[in-house]
Design a protein around this ligand. Structure first.
Ligand SMILES: NC(=O)c1ccc[n+]([C@@H]2O[C@H](COP(=O)([O-])OP(=O)(O)OC[C@H]3O[C@@H](n4cnc5c(N)ncnc54)[C@H](OP(=O)(O)O)[C@@H]3O)[C@@H](O)[C@H]2O)c1
Length: 204
């Protein structure tokens, strides 16, 4: 990405200059893994999540600021359990990163309903599930341990703004993510001190 094209995403002002609690979905590889390593290296509290816990072996077991947690974003039970575990350990969430996602390659016409729905279920509905539960935590649980509010970052894509052949259900999911995120950010009341942002990634 060209340097200077990305503005820092601001935390609500009262969240700056202190230890934040971040939860990241899809930390087994790629961007989620790199982000987890970065957050851990900065001494922030991290809830690193993955479908298989063994995929988080790259993180230490004995760091009190790190919770490794199983999370499949297609399961409401799993989302609820992961957020409950994060609250039990750290008492709050400040930054929620919806990173888990994948693309389904191939012509739309030839994709099975099952495969297409699984892609949208993960990339769009998974993000919705986590965002809705997390927003309640930012608004109602965070005040019990300090400042109300926080930030929800939804990892979108250039493919959430323009579409190419061969990835129709991925694009559909990311376009939906962009719309949901924009609408949610306009629904959040200023006094909740919370924001939701799309984070449009593009690899050049
Ligand atoms: N890399 C790029 O070029 C690029 C560009 C634009 C946007 N993005 C976005 O960036 C995000 C991360 O992509 P990546 O490139 O880092 O890909 P990646 O290495 O394949 O990582 C995807 C992650 O999502 C997880 N995941 C898949 N299904 C899940 C589920 N049901 N529940 C929980 N986690 C699940 C995977 O876990 P498992 O190991 O369990 O499958 C993996 O940890 C995605 O949302 C992607 O759309 C990537």
């Amino acid at each position: 990405m060209p340097s200077g094209s990305v503005s820092p995403i601001p935390l609500p002002s009262s969240h700056r200059a202190k230890i934040d609690t971040c939860i990241v979905t899809g930390c087994s590889s790629g961007i989620g893994k790199a982000l987890s390593q970065l957050i851990a290296s900065k001494g922030q509290r991290l809830v690193a999540t993955a479908r298989k816990l063994s995929a988080l072996d790259y993180l230490p077991d004995d760091n009190p600021n790190i919770l490794k947690q199983a999370l499949d974003v297609t399961s409401q039970t799993s989302v609820d359990a992961a957020i409950a575990a994060a609250l039990q350990r750290f008492g709050r969430l400040d930054v929620v990163v919806n990173n888990a996602g994948y693309t389904l390659y191939g012509d739309a016409e030839n994709a099975s309903d099952e495969d297409a729905r699984k892609c949208v279920e993960t990339d769009f509905w998974g993000m919705v599930r986590v965002s809705k539960h997390a927003l309640r935590i930012l608004r109602e649980e965070n005040p019990k341990t300090g400042q109300q509010g926080g930030v929800i970052l939804n990892v979108s894509s250039m493919g959430g703004r323009i579409a190419f052949p061969g990835n129709a259900f991925y694009h559909a999911s990311k376009f939906a993510m962009e719309g949901f995120t924009e609408a949610l950010s306009k629904e959040v009341r200023p006094e909740w001190n919370s924001k939701s942002y799309p984070f449009d990634l593009a690899i050049y």
